[in-house]
Write a protein that binds this ligand. Structure first.
Ligand SMILES: Cc1cc2nc3c(=O)[nH]c(=O)nc-3n(C[C@H](O)[C@H](O)[C@H](O)COP(=O)(O)O)c2cc1C
Length: 439
């Protein structure tokens, strides 16, 4: 028999202490977001289809991005126990300076189109959180305005080498003059990837009104009010170069860029220099001899070559060969602070987040980016606490296993031949008989 009693008025009063409602609608929206996926959901509701899909989508069948995200989900963590870790320190040293966490904001083009506060929100939020912000060559806020928005924080500049090289050289000089401490030289865009969602959504830069965009706009008035009442979208660091937005995008994709361009830019740039978009161990090795400070293993968030290597899978072999020679950063697919912890454990010095930042921006402008950073921060802290690891430096490969669902069917012949001559045959998947390498 359950024992019953009359309700106690004291207890009832306590139960009825309702939380004061949050009056600000942006804060109210953001309060409900517990994960980056939740921010994506809010972003999708608030942003017209074309800019949302431009951000959310990737190239061709979107396989690269899906695989990169899957690879992070396929992490198995190995926690330690009884290590007495009441607090964790998430700070790290990157490219000669500090960062309060082992990630920064990746460069993204046309950011004010996602939400009108764009790079000002991104750089301001990054500065306030003590992490670096990267401005794209195709950014919609100028080098100087980003510096003004984040005067004491670390600003990095991403360079596309334009067909007209003199434009890029001018940008390099301006970024150095404005005190940006690192240059990211992007190398994975010889031509534009095929973003099929953009074609299907009738997307154009700058956005154009069609019947379907008008219909799509009706439930998203805030975005349109912002768009129509704020300065025109333009590549803000390139306004003096002339040409339409389309001309400039065309300029930024140049299949003739080469190691000579890297050499020229490296000689011009006074700060640290990274190459972004490295996708094979062979290229990483070549770059290690060029005097750069490091590389970003990246497939551009899956927006260029579809079915490109998964950066997180490439990471251990690159770290093993080159980790002592230069910094190894990584991006593509990061949706959770635990993805960053796993990357650092496998030897990455730093990670960059692209869409996670843009989902926050679309969900709530500056406050949305703050929310992205705070979600990632709490996930990093919690994962480190659960692993019982007190500092970023203590993370190591023993904390992570990469569970494998995709395995190469066979090693490339040249690779196998090299292994045979070295007398240590590489593992051949069990379902394939070992082959004798051709002479
Ligand atoms: C909308 C969008 C625009 C981007 N623009 C640039 C760019 O201008 N320059 C660049 O080097 N990378 C650019 N990237 C790639 C990012 O820097 C980064 O490599 C990628 O977003 C990482 O993957 P993630 O979005 O899964 O975090 C862009 C990515 C997105 C999503």
């Amino acid at each position: 028999m359950v024992k019953r009693q009359l309700p106690n008025p004291q207890e009832l009063l306590q139960l009825m202490q309702f939380k004061a409602p949050t009056l600000n609608p942006t804060d109210r929206r953001l309060e409900k977001a517990l994960t980056i996926a939740d921010l994506r959901h809010i972003a999708k509701r608030r942003t017209p289809r074309a800019p949302f899909d431009y951000t959310d989508g990737s190239a061709e069948g979107e396989i690269s991005l899906a695989r990169a995200r899957q690879a992070f989900q396929d992490v198995e963590f190995h926690p330690s126990i009884l290590r007495n870790v009441p607090e964790v320190d998430t700070s790290t040293t990157v490219l000669g300076g500090t960062s309060s966490m082992p990630f920064g904001i990746a460069p993204t083009g046309f950011t004010r189109m996602m939400q009108t506060e764009g790079e000002i929100a991104g750089s301001g939020a990054a500065g306030a959180a003590g992490i670096p912000f990267t401005l794209s060559t195709l950014g919609t806020t100028s080098i100087e305005d980003v510096k003004a928005a984040n005067p004491r924080g670390r600003n990095w500049f991403q360079l596309y080498v334009l067909r007209d090289r003199s434009i890029s050289y001018g940008l390099v000089e301006r970024a150095a003059k404005a005190g940006f401490d690192t240059l990211f030289f992007t190398v994975d865009t010889p031509v534009a990837g095929a973003r099929l969602r953009d074609k299907r959504a009738g997307f154009s830069i700058p956005p154009q009104l069609t019947l379907s965009t008008v219909i799509n706009a009706i439930p998203r008035p805030a975005w349109w009010i912002n768009f129509l009442t704020t300065p025109t979208l333009e590549f803000a660091s390139l306004t003096s170069t002339g040409g339409t937005v389309g001309d400039l995008i065309e300029q930024a994709m140049d299949p003739t860029i080469s190691f000579e361009d890297l050499e020229t830019i490296r000689a011009m740039w006074p700060g640290k220099i990274m190459v972004k978009g490295v996708q094979t161990l062979e290229d990483a090795k070549l770059l290690a001899d060029t005097g750069i400070d490091g590389i970003v293993l990246s497939n551009h968030g899956g927006r260029q070559l579809d079915r490109a290597p998964i950066p997180f899978h490439l990471l251990p072999s690159v770290v093993q060969e080159l980790g002592a020679d230069m910094e190894i950063h990584l991006d593509t697919g990061i949706m959770n602070g635990a993805d960053i912890v796993a990357s650092v454990a496998l030897g990455a010095d730093f990670a960059l987040v692209g869409r996670a930042y843009l989902y926050g921006l679309m969900a709530g402008g500056r406050r949305g980016v703050d929310k992205t950073i705070s979600i990632l921060r709490s996930e990093i802290e919690r994962t480190m606490k659960l692993l019982e690891v007190a500092t970023v430096d203590e993370l190591n490969p023993s904390h992570v296993t990469q569970l494998s669902r995709l395995q190469p069917i066979a090693k490339p012949v040249a690779d196998a031949a090299e292994a045979m001559t070295a007398g240590k045959p590489k593992t051949v998947p069990a379902n394939r008989p070992a082959r004798t390498a051709k002479a």
